[in-house]
Design a protein around this ligand. Structure first.
Ligand SMILES: [Zn+2]
Length: 692
């Protein structure tokens, strides 16, 4: 079988082109030759090209839809495809699902409709990510819209020669109450769609499950149609929704509708590191694809462009996970492209491409962050509210994600290599590792069984904040009874726990700006900290101990941190996910606990500055270990770092250590099962290979 086109293809591009047609100037200067020249300058190996946009115009002379008037019947985009294909680039056709203003206007009966009967463009305060506003949204449950898509796909694939189709916007930007959704829900459950969001109400949970199941089914519908029309075509759906809150209705079950996972995100470099690991876990095939814009910080700023240094950090951080880097440009409404941007992109890729031939092996980690698609919500602040997004509800957040991002930062700063696991990879959890569950709201029966078995067989588990009661009970015997009323609380170290608590002691316990979970029946567990409450409830402003703060005043016997064993494994339970705190000491206490329950010797030891992230790939067959060092800074220009030492765990004697891409030999020593060498300096990225 020949290798799929995307395998060794790491430099990708899209030129954002959601241009309207009400001004004759729009796209009037579009020039396929200029487009192609820019891609060549940018050293792009795989361009994704618009065949259709959110505005809904097709860029080909469509029979089922309508061609963008600016092209006056001339298929200029086909010319772009032809030029790229002739030059050996792997072309991808972009198509916008659900977001389609032309069809929204032409077929009003296909529209998504909110609980009040208002379609997306009528929703005040609506946005791309919630409600609509500028965006005309169509319902994937509408059969006529699906028939239209079949015709569109057939036209698209007969018009353009491409290796892949990218389907954007496969998610729910609204809570849809259109007739198709109402009828489908009625048929499946015999019930009406519930009118209130409430995470303690089984009716709402059942409907959210239906939204997720429907979106997975729609993803597979689109993939199946395309592959039936063109066997062998690669299909990729927008997967930026993976870390986004529950509103988008996307579960990991939708991931296999894509041959590989990719999506655009704009949350900075620390978020990127998390997303690369998430994509690495959920993708059906490697490399995954990390997409972000050359616009700084995102596409909403059309004219501000990231520096070469900023783009290099994006590219290298992706490469440190062996992913493909996908840079998004945005076209000027007149149809012109800024060639200076492609000088910059070319400068970036000319440098980074030297590493591409070396990527091999699989990501190694000491710790796994468990990411739950079902838990992307804020149960702590659950309030029953009407099932509508837009200006009322677009502020939905996911505490689960916030907590995991906090844990990620703590692990990076302590140079503990980590990865992300989801329900997709749960069965393959390595029993020598530590798994972190942070404000995990829901677990399925399969997840709970896998986690219990993981600990039983020797794994180490850290559970913090909200954890499903039955899971905590089965592993540590604790009985969860509720939350503290106070939102400022303390963790008071016991004699057994003092060693983990840095500057804190029983008289000066660790502050938690959060409610803590109350649990009883501590049994044989070792209590490492107990809950202390402030003198007064912070909510009551009539009475206080100290006017600026809420100092600790009432010691309780409720456990704050409990440690115990289960089967061959061990577990720590924390009454609050304090790893999310931005304070350095809190992160230190967290890593102290993680190191305490680690069974294995650490894979890496280093005195590198905290902002250096290490990722390790191992290729057991080729007898290669690869170490990537990335200097992750969020401020520019970046400060280059001086030298530091690294010691990598290796069970055998190394033959040599080389610095890539030049394969320069690096002096090393071997001690106690670790190969040690020095990283002389680092601007953004260093990659070493240890061969044995
Ligand atoms: Zn609908």
């Amino acid at each position: 079988m020949t290798k799929p086109w995307y395998k060794d293809n790491y430099r990708r591009n899209l030129v954002d082109m959601h241009i309207d047609a009400w001004d004759g100037e729009f796209l009037s200067k579009f020039d396929p030759e200029q487009y192609f020249t820019c891609l060549q300058k940018g050293r792009i190996t795989s361009p994704m090209i618009y065949t259709h946009s959110h505005v809904g115009w097709c860029n080909w002379p469509s029979k089922s839809g309508a061609m963008h008037p600016a092209f006056k019947g001339e298929n200029k985009i086909k010319r772009v495809f032809d030029l790229c294909n002739q030059a050996g680039m792997d072309t991808v056709a972009y198509y916008s699902l659900i977001y389609n203003n032309w069809a929204y206007d032409t077929y009003p009966e296909w529209r998504m409709i909110d609980i009040d009967g208002v379609p997306s463009r009528g929703i005040s305060g609506g946005s791309m990510m919630g409600g609509g506003g500028r965006y005309g949204l169509l319902c994937p449950n509408n059969a006529a819209y699906r028939d239209f898509l079949k015709k569109q796909f057939a036209e698209l694939l007969s018009e353009y020669e491409c290796k892949a189709v990218y389907l954007d916007m496969t998610f729910w930007p609204m809570i849809c109450f259109c007739p198709s959704c109402r009828a489908r829900y009625k048929e499946e459950t015999g019930k009406a769609i519930p009118e209130y969001i409430d995470w303690t109400d089984p009716e709402w949970l059942a409907f959210q499950e239906a939204r997720e199941r429907w979106m997975t089914e729609f993803s597979f519908f689109a993939t199946r149609e395309l592959k039936a029309l063109k066997p062998g075509v690669t299909v990729e759906h927008q997967s930026s929704t993976a870390p986004h809150p529950w509103t988008f209705g996307v579960r990991s079950s939708a991931a296999p509708a894509s041959d590989f996972t990719g999506g655009d995100l704009y949350g900075g470099y620390e978020q990127q590191s998390f997303v690369c690991k998430l994509y690495y876990d959920i993708t059906c095939d490697q490399p995954f694809e990390y997409q972000t814009s050359r616009c700084d910080p995102g596409l909403f700023d059309h004219t501000t462009t990231k520096s070469a240094e900023m783009l290099k950090l994006h590219a290298y951080l992706t490469y440190a996970h062996h992913g493909a880097f996908f840079v998004i440009d945005a076209i000027d409404p007149r149809g012109t492209m800024n060639s200076k941007i492609y000088d910059t992109i070319g400068e970036v890729f000319s440098e980074t491409m030297a590493y591409e031939p070396f990527f091999t092996g699989e990501l190694e980690a000491d710790v796994s962050l468990y990411f739950s698609y079902a838990s992307k919500l804020d149960l702590r602040n659950n309030k029953r509210k009407r099932a509508i997004l837009g200006h009322e509800g677009s502020g939905e957040t996911s505490r689960h994600l916030t907590c995991l991002l906090g844990a990620e930062k703590a692990l990076r700063n302590a140079h503990i290599p980590f990865r992300i696991n989801t329900d997709k990879s749960l069965a393959a959890l390595d029993k020598n590792k530590v798994v972190i569950l942070s404000d995990l709201v829901f677990v399925s029966r399969e997840e709970e069984e896998a986690l219990v078995e993981f600990v039983e067989q020797g794994g180490s588990l850290y559970m913090s904040g909200i954890t499903p009661a039955s899971l905590v009970n089965r592993i540590l015997g604790l009985t969860i009874t509720g939350f503290t009323a106070e939102t400022v609380t303390y963790m008071r170290p016991t004699a057994a726990g003092q060693q983990f608590f840095c500057m804190y002691d029983p008289a000066n316990p660790m502050t938690i700006f959060d409610k803590q979970v109350l649990a009883g029946n501590v049994g044989h567990n070792r209590i490492l900290a107990a809950i202390t409450l402030p003198y007064t409830d912070p909510k009551d402003s009539s009475k206080f101990a100290s006017i600026h703060s809420n100092p600790p005043g009432i010691d309780t016997e409720y456990p704050a941190i409990a440690y115990g064993s289960f089967g061959k494994g061990k577990a720590v339970w924390s009454a609050a996910p304090f790893e999310q705190s931005s304070q350095t000491v809190h992160k230190q206490v967290f890593t102290n606990l993680i190191q305490y329950i680690s069974s294995d010797k650490p894979q890496i030891k280093s005195d590198a500055p905290a902002q250096v992230e290490f990722t390790i790939f191992r290729d057991q067959e080729k007898k290669i270990l690869q170490l990537h060092c990335v200097n992750i800074q969020e401020q520019f220009p970046m400060i280059p770092l001086g030298g530091f030492s690294v010691a990598l765990r290796l069970e055998t004697s190394p033959r040599r250590v080389v610095l890539l891409p030049a394969t320069t030999d690096v002096p090393f020593t071997v001690q106690n099962g670790y190969v040690e060498f020095r990283v002389e300096d680092i601007a953004i990225f260093r990659m070493y290979q240890i061969e044995w």
